[in-house]
Write a protein that binds this ligand. Structure first.
Ligand SMILES: Cc1cc2nc3c(=O)[nH]c(=O)nc-3n(C[C@H](O)[C@H](O)[C@H](O)COP(=O)(O)OP(=O)(O)OC[C@H]3O[C@@H](n4cnc5c(N)ncnc54)[C@H](O)[C@@H]3O)c2cc1C
Length: 386
């Protein structure tokens, strides 16, 4: 697959990065060690630097801020390629992209000038901080608060959990309640009162360096607020989640592609009773279902990406559907990929066990499958009963 990533929605020069180059980067620098990183529970610093050198952290940022002006449809293709090899790296790219995109979309010029070049170059990594010990699907249930400080600014107090990249990120996009609304705040890791505790041994995306964050009366200036104070911050939250969902849909499509590749290789090499697995009809049925669902997931992601490039609000529902389909298909086929590998699928020598664990996580993050079904059905009834 050599689709060229040339589209740009920002008028910036066409980016010199394409799906083929992303694929070679991933094959050379990500795929060979993804299982080792999974076992170690982290991505080595040298790899984070290689990702920066390849321009992959936030290539959609405008060239004037150090990005490549890449269209979001093209970003989806990149995240599929990375997800094909390593969902932990793709997860880090997802949350970094969410923070970078929210900054560009709603940041004041000074905020953009300060943070965008650092995010584009990967000198600072971003993390998205919504979930808490007592609130996940129910975003309105968060207990973190931002109280106005005399003379301007905010005091941030609260506890965030399951924060991808939290162990390593330098900039946290934190959602908190004020007396009247919800705000999105840019919180540097170095701010006084920020405490980071690693979460080890998560089921999937084990190398994505998850953390719990505690904010103990963290003093923030007025410049921490993303978007004007009168602004309905729900738009920041839903817009940022939509981008994350698109990235996870693309990454889940990548898991499907990774499972298919692994199964094609394995069933060609492995024989039972003198017959190659690939000649068995039941195996071929599983492979053909993978091929079909991979094609469908790609088309759904492509539609969501195209609508994003056109700034069409229909992208929101297209992204829900793409993420629901791609993540559930990835989980289903990753389970079959393990089955096809037999005991080898349960051991450390083949990537499908990792993909199986990673795929399960995709059904939970960025809107669980249940929440997606509720949302998709709501939309269906709006469309067909009014
Ligand atoms: C690996 C990993 C990485 C993560 N990274 C981040 C991150 O970077 N930033 C961040 O903010 N969060 C992150 N999360 C948290 C993630 O967003 C939440 O886990 C997710 O939103 C679900 O919330 P919850 O776990 O609290 O489940 P709950 O909201 O408690 O839901 C529990 C179950 O009930 C179901 N459910 C909930 N409401 C309904 C309903 N109305 N009807 C039917 N069923 C329902 C859910 O689908 C789920 O199956 C991460 C989680 C994981 C596992």
């Amino acid at each position: 697959m050599t689709t060229t990533l040339t589209a740009t929605s920002t008028g910036e020069p066409t980016a010199a990065i394409d799906r083929a180059s992303a694929r070679s980067f991933v094959d050379a620098h990500v795929a060979p060690d993804a299982d080792a990183w999974d076992r170690a529970g982290r991505i080595p610093e040298a790899v984070l630097e290689q990702i920066a050198a390849a321009g992959l952290w936030a290539p959609f940022l405008p060239a004037v801020h150090g990005g490549r002006g890449l269209a979001l449809s093209a970003l989806g293709l990149l995240h599929e390629e990375v997800g094909r090899a390593c969902s932990s790296v793709r997860s880090l790219l997802t949350v970094h992209s969410m923070v970078s995109w929210a900054l560009m979309r709603w940041g004041a010029p000074e905020q953009i000038e300060h943070w965008a070049p650092q995010l584009a170059a990967g000198r600072v990594l971003g993390a998205f901080c919504l979930s808490e010990p007592g609130a996940g699907s129910d975003a309105a249930g968060i207990a973190t608060t931002a109280s106005p400080r005399p003379g301007g600014g905010w005091t941030l107090t609260g506890h965030k959990k399951w924060i991808t990249g939290g162990q390593r990120a330098g900039l946290f996009l934190v959602f908190a309640h004020t007396e009247h609304s919800t705000v999105a705040l840019l919180v540097p890791r170095t701010a006084p009162g920020v405490r980071v505790t690693p979460i080890p041994e998560i089921l999937g995306t084990r190398a994505s360096m998850l953390a719990e964050l505690e904010f103990q009366d963290v003093p923030l200036g007025p410049d921490a607020l993303l978007g004007p104070s009168s602004f309905a911050s729900g738009a920041v939250l839903s817009g940022t989640l939509d981008l994350g969902r698109f990235s996870v849909a693309s990454g889940s499509t990548g898991i499907l592609a990774g499972c298919l590749e692994a199964c094609a290789r394995y069933t060609t090499a492995r024989s039972v009773g003198g017959t190659a697995l690939r000649e068995l009809q039941l195996i071929r049925a599983k492979v053909s279902d993978m091929v079909t669902d991979l094609r469908a997931a790609r088309l759904l992601c492509a539609e969501a990406g195209r609508l994003k490039d056109q700034c069409d609000p229909a992208t929101i529902m297209a992204t829900w559907i793409a993420k629901y389909f791609a993540s559930t298909a990835a989980a289903r086929h990753a389970a079959e990929a393990v089955q096809i590998h037999g005991a080898n699928g349960c051991g450390p020598d083949y990537p499908v066990a990792r993909m199986y664990r990673d795929a399960k996580v995709m059904e939970i993050i960025e809107g669980s499958s249940e929440i997606q079904r509720i949302t998709i059905a709501d939309e269906a009834y709006r469309e067909w009963t009014t």
